[in-house]
Design a binder for this molecule. Structure first.
Ligand SMILES: [Ca+2]
Length: 353
């Protein structure tokens, strides 16, 4: 839409100048030309009503019609704009409402988070208390004991599934797992040697015999240093349980049992035999002998008994009892009490009552 050849003049309402009158006359003199009514100029919206310019348009009849049509469209657009403004206002109100709701939710969420934190804190405190209680309840079983004599029968039976293995705090040795026999002959026994299935190799060097090896629930050797530390104060007795290859059950008990220090090669001091073996006392003959292993020969023979018989032991001359012998051998190298082969042996010590 355009205003063709239109002559636009600005004038003030009610103040048509002489020039305008002249222009009007000129306009009338031209055929097909009309003088538009003075209308507020849409292009000057910033002016107030008193300063409103008046646009006087002189157009052809066709332009005049187009001009009116344009004005009509502008009115519609104004109506639309009003509608849009109303809609925007409505949306703004909705937005404010939504924002307020979001703020309320945020506040609720914040409170909820604070509440959760408080609950977590309480839960942690409860967890700590529970752990303390569990530790306290477990204390009778897990507290460090000095010897198997400190093991209470009730607590030992209560943890029977662990096979009566306890952590002992052995002086100069430290924390050591030990199998405590809490039932045999009044209990209080510390088991320091067992042969029952041949799963553990006993043909080992000096260091292994000093530190100990094997499975506490099965074949094992507690260790020479632990033996020395546990018996050095004296007043200890020792018991050996045996089952021969023929299935005969024997017991040998010694009222005195002590192992010397490493500097004396863990020399054996044993006496006071009593027992039911038909072969008699098979161990006292080892009294006062140092311990030997295949790599540390302290025996009284020209050769190396430990190497020959595949086991560490308190040898003098090689051929006597050897409870550490080769479990799978049936000759001199086997597990022997005197000359009798054994299928089971267990050595244990406790304070003499
Ligand atoms: Ca020798």
């Amino acid at each position: 839409m355009r205003i063709t050849n239109g002559i636009i003049a600005s004038c003030i309402l009610g103040m048509i100048s002489a020039a305008d009158q002249h222009e009007e006359m000129r306009c009338k003199a031209r055929p097909g030309c009309h003088l538009a009514k003075c209308e507020p100029g849409p292009l000057s919206p910033s002016l107030n009503v008193n300063e409103y310019p008046v646009t006087c348009v002189r157009t052809s009849a066709q332009d005049w019609e187009e001009y009116k049509e344009l004005k009509s469209e502008m009115r519609i657009m104004r109506t639309d704009l009003t509608s849009y403004a109303s809609r925007i206002s409505s949306l703004e109100n909705e937005n404010k409402k939504t924002t307020a709701e979001m703020e309320a939710l945020k506040t609720k969420l914040l409170k909820s988070e604070q509440s959760n934190k408080a609950l977590l804190k309480e839960l942690n405190a409860l967890g700590i208390k529970t752990n303390d209680l569990e530790s306290h309840l477990a204390e009778p079983n897990t507290a460090l004991l000095r010897s198997c004599e400190d093991v209470q029968l009730e607590s030992a039976l209560a943890r029977n599934d662990s096979g009566c293995v306890f952590k002992l705090d052995i002086p100069e040795v430290g924390i050591t797992n030990v199998f405590c026999d809490v039932t045999d002959d009044g209990g209080n026994w510390t088991v320091f040697q067992r042969r029952m299935n041949g799963d553990v190799n006993f043909s080992r060097g000096w260091d292994d015999y000093v530190k100990g090896f094997g499975d506490l629930q099965g074949d094992h050797w507690l260790g020479l240093e632990a033996l020395h530390q546990m018996t050095k104060t004296g007043n200890m007795e020792m018991k050996i349980k045996m089952i021969t290859k023929n299935g005969v059950y024997w017991v040998a008990k010694y009222s005195n049992f002590r192992i010397g220090p490493g500097s004396n090669k863990y020399r054996l001091h044993v006496s006071g035999y009593s027992g039911n073996s038909t072969s008699g006392d098979g161990f006292s003959s080892h009294d006062n002998h140092q311990f030997s292993t295949k790599d540390a020969d302290h025996d009284g023979s020209p050769g190396n008994c430990a190497s020959l018989l595949e086991a560490g032991w308190w040898y003098h001359i090689c051929y006597h009892s050897n409870l550490n012998g080769n479990f799978h051998k049936t000759d001199d190298k086997g597990v022997r009490w005197g000359q009798d082969l054994l299928q089971f042996s267990e050595m244990k010590l406790r304070k003499r009552s």
